[in-house]
Design a protein around this ligand. Structure first.
Ligand SMILES: Cc1cc2nc3c(=O)[nH]c(=O)nc-3n(C[C@H](O)[C@H](O)[C@H](O)COP(=O)(O)OP(=O)(O)OC[C@H]3O[C@@H](n4cnc5c(N)ncnc54)[C@H](O)[C@@H]3O)c2cc1C
Length: 480
């Protein structure tokens, strides 16, 4: 390689070699190039990564470092405020070009603008790309030029567009002759130790581009054909589980889109089943454009009247919910799945979220913060928009007066009780008729199943019908 100044690729939620425009640009620039990841707990403020994401990040960076090493380059790890770290590493490397894939949400945009400005002051060229979404937030607009707040028309408009072509995987990248020092990943203490609550994470996930790809191909082969029929049933485990891979950018949404469209064109996946998955991917886009336009949604309801809603502050109820001890089996199963694996099925996220807001009458922001800490896919756009959706105060939100009945939801979406029995094994011998409402079972049925309510499994901590009435009364008070 001639004596050219190197490029620096600043990686964030795009930890992959395939279809990575920022990495591709560095590779195509005929410069040696190094990659940088900054663990920045400063600029996100309250939204620094939660515990589950940190576990994922450790594993993902390990995988990425090995891949970059294999193709000839290197990953530099640094910790601190990105606004200082990136310009300083660029100087240490002697880079005359820094590339990254754009971020869009709240603080992220501001930080990226500041870093770009600082680099330009140092006369270092900055090139940025769309690399984490199908379309740039704000690119798809209504006829009157606004962003969409209702998903249906957004999806139809998106569907009229051509999704960009994917970029080839970077196969070779030469490291600069002089590499600055890197932190040791282990020193970042991203993995839990005492206690190690992530034991089951290891069995559930393989973070990194390769793990994401393997899971994706297996889902395409086995589950894509009946996705729409199965997706709402948590016991069937039929969704793709790509959310953490998409969140960390190990899976490219563009690649996923084209892979699935190809299977549909080839007749391997029925059109309606495949399009149903693509529309879920579009919800991710929808939420990104929403949070990009309304960063205040992190802590303020989009529908301002909800500022006046009277929330309870019952810490015992909050704790019971976080621990999966509410006495409502489908809620408890979901909360335990979340704690043990860092992920929860979408239908159950809706049920547990609704229970939090409309049965426990707790502020959606507290529930959102718990999810933020526990989810491996915790995403500023999706998590925030979905919690507001649940609470009835977001965009295209489920109306507040539509209150999920946790027993009815369980019976409908987990009819055999398989999901509940998996995560609440103390209920495994209950007949399916009673598994979603054990308190309705006769004493001898409970005895036969080895369940003593209040001892082996909690009595319900609230009475759903009464709390529903209370929730609606409080809603009525803010309606006018
Ligand atoms: C209260 C609540 C909080 C949530 N928090 C998050 C979060 O922090 N991060 C996150 O990625 N998703 C979140 N979701 C959305 C959804 O539950 C997950 O994306 C989905 O369960 C991930 O599983 P999967 O990859 O198997 O999904 P699949 O059904 O296979 O869907 C494919 C992809 O589409 C996207 N997607 C699917 N459903 C949604 C949705 N409703 N909104 C936006 N994108 C969607 C995801 O990227 C997902 O990986 C939340 C939902 C609720 C109700």
């Amino acid at each position: 390689m001639p004596d050219t100044a190197p490029a620096l690729v600043w990686l964030r939620n795009d930890l992959r070699l395939e279809d990575n425009p920022a990495l591709r640009a560095a590779a195509d620039s005929d410069r040696p190039a190094a990659c940088l990841y900054v663990l920045d707990d400063v600029t996100p403020g309250d939204w620094a990564m939660g515990g589950a994401q940190r576990w994922w990040l450790h594993k993902s960076l390990e995988a990425l470092a090995a891949e970059l090493d294999r193709i000839g380059s290197a990953l530099i790890l640094r910790r601190g405020d990105s606004r200082g770290v990136v310009p300083s590493v660029a100087q240490e490397v002697g880079a005359d070009l820094v590339t990254w894939n754009r971020r869009y949400i709240g603080w992220q945009k501001e930080v990226d603008d500041d870093v770009a400005h600082a680099l330009q002051e140092q006369e270092i060229e900055v090139r940025t790309f769309r690399g984490t979404v199908l379309f740039e937030p704000g690119e798809i607009r209504t006829g009157s030029g606004n962003i969409y707040k209702v998903f249906g028309p957004y999806w139809r408009k998106l569907r009229e567009r051509e999704v960009p072509e994917k970029l080839a995987k970077v196969q070779k990248l030469d490291a600069p002759a002089k590499l600055p020092s890197s932190d040791h990943l282990g020193d970042w203490n991203l993995l839990p130790t005492q206690p190690n609550w992530a034991g089951a994470f290891e069995e559930t996930w393989e973070p990194g581009e390769r793990g994401g790809r393997a899971r994706w191909l297996s889902w395409l082969k086995s589950n894509a054909t009946s996705y729409d029929e199965d997706r709402n049933f948590p016991g069937r485990d039929a969704s793709s589980r790509q959310s953490p891979h998409l969140h960390f950018g190990e899976t490219s949404p563009v690649v996923a889109w084209h892979d699935l469209r190809e299977r549909i064109e080839d007749g391997d996946v029925p059109e309606d089943q495949g399009e149903s998955w693509l529309s879920e991917l579009a919800w991710r886009e929808f939420h990104h454009q929403l949070l990009c336009a309304h960063p205040e949604m992190f802590d303020k309801p989009l529908d301002a009247k909800f500022e006046r809603f009277e929330w309870d502050t019952d810490d015992d109820a909050y704790r019971a919910w976080t621990k999966g001890q509410t006495g409502y089996p489908i809620v408890d199963a979901g909360m335990r799945q979340l704690w043990q694996t860092g992920w929860m099925h979408n239908r159950v996220r809706m049920i547990t979220g609704s229970f939090f807001v409309k049965d426990l009458l707790l502020d959606w922001r507290r529930g959102m913060a718990w999810f933020w800490d526990c989810l491996v896919d915790a995403d500023p756009a999706n998590n925030t928009a979905q919690w507001q959706w649940i609470a009835g105060c977001g965009a295209d939100a489920s109306p507040f007066f539509r209150v999920f009945n946790p027993v009815g939801q369980g019976e409908r979406f987990d009819p055999e009780g398989a999901y509940v029995k998996r995560w609440c094994p103390e209920l495994k011998d209950l007949p399916k008729k009673h598994v979603h409402a054990p308190w309705d079972a006769l004493a001898d049925v409970l005895k036969k199943a080895g369940v003593v309510l209040g001892k082996d499994y909690p009595e319900p901590i609230v009475e759903h019908a009464a709390r529903r009435d209370e929730a609606l009364a409080r809603y009525k008070a803010i309606k006018t």
